[in-house]
Write a protein that binds this ligand. Sequence first.
Ligand SMILES: Cc1cc2nc3c(=O)[nH]c(=O)nc-3n(C[C@H](O)[C@H](O)[C@H](O)COP(=O)(O)OP(=O)(O)OC[C@H]3O[C@@H](n4cnc5c(N)ncnc54)[C@H](O)[C@@H]3O)c2cc1C
Ligand code: SF4
Ligand code: SF4
Ligand code: SF4
Length: 351
Amino acid sequence: MSNKEPRKRKRNFAMLNREVIKPGYCVSCGGCEAVCPVYVISIEQLKPKLVGGCISCGACIDICLRFKQKVEQPTYPVDEIGTILEIYTGKTKDEEIHSKSQNGGIVTTLLLTALKKGKIDSSLVTAHGSDLLSPMPTLALSEFDIRKSSKSKYTLNPVLIKLSSIKLSNKKKVAAVGLPCHNETLTNIMDMKNLGADFRVKYKIGLFCMSCYEPTGFRDIISNSLGLSTSNLTKTDCARGKFFFEHPDGTTDIKIKECGSAKAEGCKYCKDFAAEFADISIGNIGVDDDSNIILIRTKAGKELFEFALKDNLLDVKKIDESKWEETLAPAVKLSSLKRKGAKALAPIESA
Ligand SMILES: Cc1cc2nc3c(=O)[nH]c(=O)nc-3n(C[C@H](O)[C@H](O)[C@H](O)COP(=O)(O)OP(=O)(O)OC[C@H]3O[C@@H](n4cnc5c(N)ncnc54)[C@H](O)[C@@H]3O)c2cc1C
Ligand code: SF4
Ligand code: SF4
Ligand code: SF4
């Protein structure tokens, strides 16, 4: 080797730190902690930290969505939201699930049905801790755990850390629920055949997502500007340019614009609204507040949806292809806004 050739930089945690974490691109998805074979990454206060000796295996770099995006600099068509096989709108028929869910309760119904039928043995979901702003990544093994995870949590959530619990368990039929960023990193992990995720995760359920928030800043806004106790919140929702906070005395709202200071830094670089890496993507834009729009993207997504559909558990309407453009218009509009407003990731310095 000539002395003049540049020395190849080590693919290690230092590189992940330099390229992703330090510049503020990290979205605390939790994937790097899960894949590290020597368990030396720990997500602390929503930032990956090195807590032991890195063996420079490069796994954390290979699976990190932001690192991959920096290398590949992918282009995103503004008027498309990924592969779609079928579109449905509607809600669950189960009143108990519906009353406790975020919108139409479709996510909870799909998980419960698949578990009851033995099509899955566990689900990667997000319950909550002391309040709805404290997401709690959970490997749900029971109906009870799944029901407890209903409703949206709008703060950063390292749910993928729980993939390591799957690896250590005997679970082989997992459904994973996550935001677009979670689905992208999970897909990278599956492509790398890391953690056995490629054969263990059967279904990737994606949620639409415009943005997530830093818990401290978001709590300050809710407590100081709105005078609410976050521990009393029974639901947080985001629609029509506003956040709505439900509490025992009613509902209080605030314009999303006024929460901008708490928007998570890593979300400012995000260009995926509709969870394009998922098997089935579920949101609420363009339909009634108590309903969902469901985009079936893959054969696996169709299979999961049909477990509940065939058992007559869903009050849904299949959208004829001639109506897709009209039905999708609100989602496409938000997706384009997100793409146009996203900051550019600086190209990779070293790989
Ligand atoms: C941060 C965030 C932003 C969103 N933004 C939009 C939007 O702009 N437009 C839109 O149409 N829809 C958005 N959604 C999706 C919407 O809020 C509902 O999640 C979706 O409509 C499914 O409703 P459901 O009644 O079927 O969910 P439920 O049956 O109540 O189930 C909710 C599921 O969401 C999971 N979950 C909750 N919070 C998180 C989280 N932070 N990370 C990963 N998984 C989580 C739980 O594990 C649970 O399985 C957002 C969701 C989140 C979490
Ligand atoms: S984006 Fe995810 S994989 Fe990348 S550094 Fe952050 S937590 Fe780790
Ligand atoms: S995954 Fe590999 S490169 Fe990353 S911190 Fe762990 S040992 Fe180091
Ligand atoms: S805006 Fe993007 S990066 Fe942020 S939580 Fe949503 S999907 Fe993840």
